[in-house]
Design a protein. Structure first.
Length: 95
């Protein structure tokens, strides 16, 4: 089972990604900075059929939070990372 870490997992693209990836059977690690929103996301993703779902509070403006998250994530075995941040190619040839 793969472990997938999703930042910004409490809304929009991050939450929808968690729903889709969780439905495929991955172990999810949802990351957010608001405890209530994060718990709601865990509940929603679990109700949508995700199996293993963990969560971590992390404010990426706090280096201590980032270090704590990194330590927790590195303890997992197989990790793929996804961020809710998107970027467009700078030229049509990069697509």
């Amino acid at each position: 089972m793969k472990t997938v870490v999703l930042s910004g997992a409490t809304a929009c693209i991050g939450l929808e990604s968690a729903m889709q990836i969780g439905a495929q059977g991955a172990h999810l690690v949802l990351v957010g900075r608001n405890a209530a929103k994060l718990q709601r996301a865990v509940d929603d993703v679990t109700a949508a059929g995700a199996g293993a779902v963990d969560s971590h509070l992390c404010d990426f403006t706090s280096l201590d939070d980032v270090r704590a998250l990194a330590g927790a994530v590195l303890a997992a075995t197989t990790i793929s990372t996804y961020s809710s941040t998107m970027s467009a190619p700078s030229t049509p040839n990069e697509r």
